[in-house]
Design a protein around this ligand. Structure first.
Ligand SMILES: Cc1cc2nc3c(=O)[nH]c(=O)nc-3n(C[C@H](O)[C@H](O)[C@H](O)COP(=O)(O)O)c2cc1C
Length: 432
């Protein structure tokens, strides 16, 4: 798939500006949809396309929209999840910073489909530049009549508000996001009720990821059959793959869903830095189980990655070369989740701290014989016992790192610390 859909700004210079976006055919699809279609028809087309959410869980988008209660008189809300805080994930910001009108047009079409007159783009605090770009794009779109009242004379009204978070991972979890938007601490809510029934301000609410929504305009422009024909039938469409770590060419690549992980690393990413060997790959952001070098011959789509024992998540592919210390890598991951746990649930608040402390002992020395099994036990007890899955996000990599690289963890235990660090320290001593 050489034509760029989501990263079209890489082919068309200046697409960030409204005049250029319109010159490139922008807002024509929204105009047609609002003028010629009924909301239910849009939901039906999105269902037919097979679009699945790009925020992490891969839930079918049209089906989610269909969950909105028909008999609830309260206003409906559309929340655009632009929190993008999973380590290794940096795709949504590409669209936000370089092609903001694609997001606004898609949001307009989605809001029309679910009959919401107010949409919030919840953007993480650190994306200050992205927030400015979006605010400017909203101003341009309102001035040109693409947003506001009676859009294109259709009678449909939509306000889009760009809301900046204060920068916390948990605000990406949809109910944490909702609480935060309401001005409260971002403690995730118990589900059910799901946001479609009881969301922001107690109203029916749809939360969708930036990339998910940006598939909506192309689907409505080119038709669901076009979208469904890209990649595997049950997991179709163009996909943004974030590639980072020890590769020659890190970056965001737009490829058909289901592209092989090996192809992404070796063809698009130029292979492992310095001609080294790959040791491990995290395929979906730091919260998912790690794959070994022998496990990278898989197709990157929701079902194939799950069948291989991991998850596609937010599609943050992190590559580790043969020199990577897996204990240190896991310690860094554990530190992140410990820092970001909101503290609402005891297994997560305490468990993430236990994971980090045990890993510090393994890397720096001081761990005891039972600590490896304790690490696994703590991880096991965290899973499925909390309001949201942040605890699982810390436990899943832990279980997979320790299980798949157990010999390396045992070596740390035997040596009383990281063998690489100990060797470096003794080399320094010898040369002194
Ligand atoms: C701890 C945690 C953090 C999350 N962070 C994000 C995020 O930064 N961006 C995002 O789109 N979804 C994130 N999600 C997933 C959202 O809860 C939600 O499923 C998603 O926004 C739904 O959109 P989609 O159906 O378009 O994928 C996170 C989930 C969890 C449990």
């Amino acid at each position: 798939m050489s034509e760029k859909i989501l990263l079209r700004h890489e082919d068309v210079a200046g697409l960030r500006r409204l005049d250029k976006y319109v010159e490139d055919g922008g807002y024509a699809t929204a105009r047609r949809v609002l003028s010629e279609l009924q909301p239910e028809q849009v939901i039906e087309e999105v269902k037919l396309s097979g679009l699945r959410g790009r925020g992490g869980a891969g839930f079918p988008t049209g089906m989610k929209w269909g969950f909105l209660p028909k008999d609830n008189p309260k206003p409906r809300y559309l929340l655009v999840n632009a929190d993008e805080s999973e380590p290794g994930t940096f795709k949504d910001r590409q669209i936000i910073e370089h092609n903001p009108h694609l997001l606004l047009e898609s949001t307009l079409i989605a809001a029309f489909a679910i009959q919401s007159h107010k949409a919030y783009i919840y953007i993480r605090g650190e994306f200050a530049h992205g927030a400015k770009v979006l605010e400017e794009a909203v101003r341009e779109a309102v001035a040109a009549g693409h947003l506001g009242s009676n859009i294109y004379g259709s009678g449909f009204d939509l306000d889009i508000v760009v809301h900046r978070g204060a920068g916390a991972y948990i605000c990406g979890e949809e109910t944490g996001l909702i609480e935060s938007l309401e001005g409260k601490r971002a403690y995730p809510r118990v589900k059910p009720p799901f946001p479609a029934v009881y969301g922001v301000f107690g109203s029916p609410t749809i939360v969708n990821n930036v990339e998910t929504l940006c598939c909506v305009r192309p689907i409505m422009e080119r038709g669901p059959a076009w979208f469904k024909a890209i990649g595997p039938e049950k997991s179709p469409g163009p996909k943004l793959y974030c590639l980072s770590g020890h590769v020659e060419r890190p970056g965001v690549f737009e490829l058909p869903m289901g592209t092989s992980l090996r192809e992404i690393i070796y063809e698009h990413g130029g292979g492992i830095r310095g001609g080294k060997k790959v040791k491990a790959v995290i395929p979906g952001g730091s919260s998912v189980p790690v794959l070994t070098a022998d496990e990278i011959d898989i197709n990157m789509d929701f079902d194939a990655v799950a069948a291989a024992g991991s998850l596609m998540g937010s599609c943050g592919i992190i590559v580790m070369d043969e020199d990577t210390c897996m204990v240190r890598a896991l310690r860094i991951i554990a530190r992140f989740y410990h820092h970001e746990s909101c503290g609402q649930c005891t297994p997560c608040r305490e468990g993430t701290g236990w994971l980090e402390r045990l890993l510090i002992g393994l890397e720096d020395g001081g761990a005891t014989e039972r600590d490896l099994d304790l690490l696994l036990q703590v991880a096991e007890n965290m899973m499925g016992n909390t309001v949201c899955v942040l605890a699982d996000a810390a436990a899943m990599p832990t279980k997979s790192f320790v299980t798949k690289f157990r010999a390396e963890f045992e070596e740390h235990l035997r040596m009383g610390g990281c063998p690489q660090k100990l060797a470096a320290a003794s080399a320094v001593r010898a040369s002194a």
